[in-house]
Every structure is written in C-alpha cells, then in structure tokens.
Design a binder for this molecule. Structure first.
Ligand SMILES: *Cc1c(COP(=O)(O)O)cnc(C)c1O
Length: 378
C-alpha cells in the first residue's frame, strides 16, 4: 500500500506562499561550480575589514562551549543600554536582527492581520509576515523609496505591523528625521512601527538622518521598535547577533516568544567586545566612504549611474538583465547580487569592499559587460 501524504495540503497557507530568501552565493560554491579560485564575494554587505580585532580576541577567549549561554544576555544588554541611553529592559536580543524582525511579526500579527511594508524593501519583511500567517501588504514605492503617505493610506483596522527600513536594502533610500517624526506622529496606535536601522552606523555623514534609538524617540512613540545588527559595520554576520529597542512593555512581549538561548555565548562575547571598539567602527566608516566614492567613480567611467548610495552597498541598472550580469560576473570570479528576486530585473547590488576588492570588481565588471555586449551582437 502506498501512503499518500501531502504536507502541502495541511501546511499553513502563508508558508505555501513563501518564496525562500535568496542569500548571496557562498564563495566555496562559486569556486566549485565555475572552476575559479579566489572568488570575491560582494553580495551580502559584509564588512571588508572583517570583525574588530577586539571581537576576535573575545572569541578566542570565550567560555566553555559545554555550557549554555546567558539566556538574558546580561552583559551585552548592559553595554547596548549604555550605548543608546536606554534601560536594559527595553532590549530584545536576537539571533541576528532577522530574528527580532520575526519575533515582532509573531508576537503581533497572525491570521486575519496585516503587515505593511514597501515595494522593493528588504525581503525579510514579507517572509516574516507570511511566516506568522498574516497578510503582507506591499505599498507601491516612489522612485524606489518607501512612500510614507501612501503607507499611512494603506493602514486598516487589521494592520498590526509596519516595517520601515532606514536606509533600505537594496535601494539605498532613507527617510529624514522630519519625515519619520511626521509619520510616527500620524501612525495608528493599533500597530507597531518597526524601523530597521541595520546600516545606521554607516549614515554618520548623512545630514538629517535620524537615530531612532534615541531615548526621546522611544519615549514619544510607545509603539516604535528599532532594530540594529552586529552583522554589518561590526563585521559579525556569521555569528548572528542583533537587537531591538522599544518600550519595556513591547520588549517583555518579544522576549516571551524568543528561544531562551537565541544568542550563542561566543556571539555575545564578540558583540560585547565590538561595542568597545569605537575606532574600528570609525575606520570601517572611512573605508566605506572612500570605497563608495571609488566604486561610483569606476561605474561612471563605464557610463553607469547608481541609485544615490547609502549604507555599504551600491545598486544600479544596466542594459542587460540582472541575472545575465550576475552570471557574467561569476565567470569573472566576482559574486554580486541580482535584484531579480526584488522584481528589479535590471538592477544589481554590489557591496562596497576594500580598495583592492573594488579595483578587481571594476575590472571584472568591464569584462563582464564587454562579454555580454559581444554575445548580444555588439
Ligand atoms: C543585513 C540586513 C539586516 C540584518 O540582518 P541580520 O539578521 O542582523 O544579519 C536587517 N535589515 C536589513 C535591511 C539588512 O540589509
């Protein structure tokens, strides 16, 4: 007798509608599949400097792995609280900020509820909504940016969560303090607004950029959640640590549903050390500013004008499809990101690497575009 078991028939409808997140392709995979060595990955917005030396030291000295981590992340929360001038009770730690984005969705949205986010916004928002069983509401973007007025228009009594990436990956668009304040003042009290500040530390040179973690923002907007990560400027993407700041009441709810040990002991140790290395953050910012300028100058020589950059990545369109350019770059040994999965079929995103990475990437890009043009008949 054959057993006919069809998991799709009983799975949650939201899960069936999920298109899995497409991560940047790993270096080892590309080297295997394309027969290249020394592949360069500029696809996941990682820090070209790697982690802070202080994080590496803390990792090497981090405790006995046979023991569970501190489930409450006492030391890490103390340091985060001091950094942002908040109370430790306002913090929710996550296995990457991805984890806290999902905690917010699970704690506040389920079947019958709506989660609002922008067209072209970070892919995880839609995944978090569907994973929680809620309906995702995608607001049309304006010049690739989240339209905050239209976002307000799309709010209904069923809205429980609004995601705002500031700046947004992959479009580099961001909202000023005035724009966000205006939005939050008008946002309804029956929904949380989650401001994702994964790239905030890179925005120090951007006039008008708001730091929503500031105590005044959190105090004025009791429905505000702000997320940060150790994956980007702190160079700890592989360890998976992020956090949310909010009112203590919201943090209490988020902490109820997280896994009791969602941040590993080595990750906590490395993150604590990272917060103590302000020089590393400053140097990372400088390397990124120089690199962004160099990459944009190189693109200009190729006749390419990117979207105005923000964060540590550059996004641009070419006359070929994103997938074609992605593939042609792989043949040159450079991994970039096609934005086809963001329904931006001609745009690609390149992480700002170090000076040598950028030089190599630009040579590869010139060769890849030439190869595509030739295949295209000139
Ligand atoms: C990279 C990124 C994150 C961070 O993800 P982690 O889970 O913390 O590694 C969050 N939001 C945006 C917009 C990002 O680009």
């Amino acid at each position: 007798m054959t057993v006919n078991f069809h998991p799709d028939a009983i799975a949650r409808p939201g899960v069936l509608r999920i298109h899995p997140y497409q991560p940047g392709r790993p270096v080892e995979e590309i080297e295997r599949d394309y027969g290249v060595t020394n592949a360069l990955k500029l696809a996941s917005n990682e820090n070209p400097l790697g982690p802070s030396p202080k994080s590496l030291l803390a990792l090497a000295g981090s405790a006995d792995f046979s023991r569970y981590p501190d489930g409450n992340g006492f030391h890490l929360k103390e340091l985060i609280a001091r950094r942002h001038g908040v109370d430790p009770a306002q913090i929710t730690l996550g296995n990457g900020s991805n984890d806290v984005l999902e905690l917010a969705a699970r704690a506040f949205a389920g079947p019958g509820d709506q989660v609002v986010y922008s067209q072209y916004s970070f892919a995880v928002y839609a995944l978090a909504a569907l994973g929680a069983g809620a309906e995702g509401v995608e607001v049309p973007a304006q010049n690739h940016a989240q339209d905050l007025d239209e976002t307000l228009n799309r709010i209904t009594p069923a809205t429980r969560l609004i995601f705002i990436a500031n700046p947004n990956n992959p479009t580099c668009t961001w909202h000023t303090a005035d724009a966000l304040r205006n939005f939050l003042d008008r946002a309804p009290q029956h929904a949380l607004t989650v401001v994702d500040e994964a790239y905030a530390e890179y925005m120090s040179g951007a006039a008008g950029y708001p730091d929503c973690t500031a105590a005044e923002w959190l105090a004025r907007h009791p429905n505000l959640v702000v997320t940060r990560t150790f994956s980007k400027i702190f160079g700890l993407a592989g360890l998976r640590v992020g956090y949310a700041l909010s009112s203590a009441a919201i943090a209490d709810l988020l902490n109820r549903i997280r896994q009791p040990f969602n941040v590993s002991a080595p990750a906590q140790a490395a993150a604590c050390a990272a917060l103590g290395d302000g020089d590393f953050v400053a140097r990372s910012c400088e390397v990124n500013a120089d690199g962004t300028a160099a990459l944009c100058a190189g693109l200009a020589e190729l006749g390419i004008t990117p979207l105005p950059p923000a964060g540590n990545f550059v996004t641009f369109a070419t006359r070929f499809t994103a997938d074609q350019l992605f593939e042609a770059m792989l043949h040159q040994g450079v991994i970039i990101r096609s934005l086809a999965s963001y329904k931006m079929p001609r745009h690609v995103r390149i992480t700002v690497g170090g000076a040598e990475d950028i030089a190599r990437c630009l040579i590869a890009l010139r060769a890849a575009l030439a190869a595509l043009a030739e295949a295209d008949g000139g």
